[in-house]
Design a protein around this ligand. Sequence first.
Ligand SMILES: *Cc1c(COP(=O)(O)O)cnc(C)c1O
Length: 397
Amino acid sequence: MIPAVQATVDHHAIAHNVRLLAQASAPAQVIAVLKANAYGHGAVPVARTALAAGAAQIGVATLAEAFELRQGGIEAPIIAWLHAFDPDEAVAVFAEAIASGIELGVSTSSQVRAVAEAALRADQLAVVAVKVDTGLNRGGFARGEWRKAFADLANAEAAGAVQVRGVFSHLANADRPEYRTNAEQARSLREAVSFARAAGLAPELVHLANSPAVLTRPKALVNELPVFNATRPGVAVYGLSPIMGRDFGLIPAMTLTARVGLTKRIHAGDGVSYGHDFVAASDTTLALLPIGYADGLQRALAGKFEVSIGGRRYPGVGRVCMDQVLVDLGPGEPKVREGDTAVLFGPGSDGEQTADDWARAAGTINYEIVTQLRGRVQLRHIHQREPVDQLRHTHHA
Ligand SMILES: *Cc1c(COP(=O)(O)O)cnc(C)c1O
């Protein structure tokens, strides 16, 4: 049975994007960011493709995400940097991470203490990356904490508990390449590294750049390349532009499709779906798609999106319901049949809408469009470039 709603992930596109990011990052190495189930694309399969295409390492937010990758057989270095710190469980959780060979991003002194204790308990060296706040004012050690944090970590290194492998930070305005805070944050990270060295640490990986910084190569960051030797692109791995409207040569990897559940003739003046928000201007045919807001097609998109069926665009009409939505096939003899595949968004290469189109229509960013898919959407992975047409080979017996 073909699922009614599918997000098809093109691994050829992912590999292309990772190669492009590796070239743009060189000589720095790429830490492919696969948090949030690889931005909704499926963490384990994307990890395999990203590593094969040249990513040196994988970055995730949470330890649960890192454990999932290990359980899926991913043996490459993984760093996890966001910890919901439970004082009663932190040591045990960090011990499991250390035993699984997961590099721990640390942002607080309680995390440092728990990691050091966990390393002694696991009887294994904890590999650590120190997250420093250089101006985003979100995670990471605040500037005033740096000296003490590096001193504590140097003690933990001397005790044989931890190895500080990295120092890293995250940008606030990377989508504005020459904005002054990028240079300030780069300078600030370099200072943090010198603090670490002064404390006797020898971090081998220093990283700051996310997708927009890798792709736009702002001078402030490129000048730091002798020090900053890794990058952490996320959204660009999936082929989405981190600056919507700017083309970096990426290929969007995800195509969202739904199969037409039924078609129905209606008459001029008929209202459609809850509230009759849409009223047919003339006799027309509707197609019902079994995807709704419970699957991540936002209600806010009502009347603001179009689907492609058989290479032609049709407007979504009426409210987006929990499980379904309608499209207007127009007054003529409909060319669409039950079971046909409607493309909701994709790379755009065959005239279909893109995640960027949805983002603009819904007043959000492409990051949110792909990560919000859920419910009945099933992921499908393809490893060869497949013409979108094939996704539409739809007239089944
Ligand atoms: C999400 C995230 C990234 C990746 O950001 P993109 O804009 O998707 O490239 C990199 N670093 C950190 C710390 C993140 O949280």
